[in-house]
Design a protein around this ligand. Structure first.
Ligand SMILES: Cc1ncc(COP(=O)(O)O)c(C=O)c1O
Length: 414
């Protein structure tokens, strides 16, 4: 980008082309020309039905429509309403009972949680660690507050979690600085659909605990669970919480909760940051710093969404209704994933190890050219570095069955 005129750079690199919006606009343009039935728009990070309409949980909409003016007009407390803070713990942990102290603070979506985690648990100029495949706003958020993102290689040659790369990068960072935030997005990782297994967690924990033997070091593990409720069985996919207990005091676990996907409240900016710690002082400090950062950035969260979520969790029948409705869509999504992966196998198309969720990634060189080649067949995908991201959340079952062969053909051409 050319030099800023009035604005200050503040060590950020801004204004580069936004690939997601760029390709997404091309898809929209093509749809306008030839109709949506003739275009596969797999660029959208939201759940759509097979006809291409945004899925909105009707049970959630009913609660929203029933709100009284004060439910949305009044300010919410900065940390969130007390009901919401209780609710969020239930929404995150489900039937799992965390052992230590759990505190929570409302944030505008999971994005706000990630922002406040980095802001409070690293210093300006620090490096934050995540995997090479990652949701690109992590880098944007880090840059905005003058931090830097470093990545480890998520998969090894056997397409398993690359614990040695994780360990190496973690130690490298902690050689240069005394504190860091490690972001792990699981289950149903964006963009690969990978879910950390319990064995992967054992490896992560071994590295963290080893690094934390030096008591001058402070490690914050931020688990981004944006897709938790669209990953699979609610209890099974929460089993990893048991791996986040029993850390020494210089490892703090934070959870970034988002209601965007699980409750189809994308635009309501509903989320929270939570801490899990055996140390009450650390929990109290978390509450204080998280509230301070909220006050200093967006102040209070959206009261309407807090009330909606709190009402759902206060009413067993309503909660069952929401869960059942969501589970129907979850089954639809799982079916799309199975169909895509089956078709990929049939045509020898290699994907990153996919478990569940909204996205599947095809590792490849020349992703931009492959993306453009697919556009000739009216298939729109997002090139992401050394791969292309397919949103199975936004395309039909039918498309999931035939696009792998088209992708394989495009990949073989470059
Ligand atoms: C991996 C990941 N984390 C966090 C978020 C945050 O979403 P929101 O701020 O809408 O809750 C998203 C949204 O796309 C995501 O993909």
């Amino acid at each position: 980008m050319s030099k800023l005129i009035m604005a200050q750079e503040n060590k950020r690199i801004m204004g580069g082309p936004d690939k997601i919006f760029g390709v997404s606009n091309l898809a929209k343009k093509r749809i306008a020309e030839i109709g949506k039935d003739n275009v596969v728009n797999s660029t959208i990070g939201a759940l759509l039905d097979d006809e291409g309409n945004l899925i909105v949980l009707s049970s959630v909409v009913d609660v929203l429509k029933d709100l009284a003016p004060k439910d949305y007009a009044e300010y919410a407390p900065i940390a969130g309403t007390p009901e919401y803070i209780d609710t969020v713990k239930k929404a995150v942990f489900g039937n799992y009972n965390p052992k230590g102290y759990v505190e929570a603070c409302a944030t505008p979506g999971g994005t706000g949680a990630i922002r406040n985690a980095i802001q409070n648990y690293t210093k300006r100029g620090d490096t934050v660690l995540t995997s090479d495949w990652h949701w690109s706003p992590y880098g944007t958020i880090a840059a905005e507050i003058e931090r830097r993102l470093e990545t480890y290689t998520l998969f090894d040659k056997e397409q398993k979690f690359n614990d040695s790369s994780f360990d190496e990068k973690l130690n490298q960072i902690l050689k240069a600085q005394d504190e860091t935030v490690v972001i792990i997005n699981t289950p149903a990782h964006n963009p690969t659909g990978y879910t950390f297994t319990l064995e992967d967690w054992d490896k992560v924990n071994r590295s963290l605990k080893n690094a934390a033997k030096n008591k001058d070091k402070k490690i914050t593990l931020l688990v981004d669970i944006a897709y938790l409720d669209f990953s699979g069985d609610a209890d099974q996919y929460r089993a990893f919480f048991s791996k986040l207990e029993d850390f020494p005091d210089n490892i703090l676990v934070l959870i970034a909760f988002s209601a965007s996907k699980g409750y189809t409240l994308y635009g309501m900016r509903c989320g929270a940051i939570l801490c899990m710690t055996p140390n009450k002082d650390i929990a109290d400090e978390f509450k204080m710093v998280a509230t301070f950062s909220s006050r200093a950035s967006w102040s209070n969260g959206t009261r309407a969404s807090m009330v909606v979520l709190s009402r759902i969790f206060a009413d067993k029948a309503l909660l069952s209704k929401v869960t059942e409705e969501r589970n129907e869509y979850l089954s639809m999504l799982i079916k799309r994933g199975n169909i895509f992966m089956h078709a990929a196998k049939e045509c020898n198309l290699t994907t990153c190890p996919f478990d569940s969720g909204f996205f599947i990634t095809i590792p490849c060189k020349n992703a931009d050219q492959i993306g453009e080649e697919l556009q000739k067949s009216n298939i729109f995908v997002i090139p992401i570095g050394d791969g292309i991201r397919i949103s199975i959340a936004s395309i039909s079952e039918e498309a999931c069955s035939y696009i792998p062969a088209k992708i394989a053909a495009a990949v073989s051409k470059y």
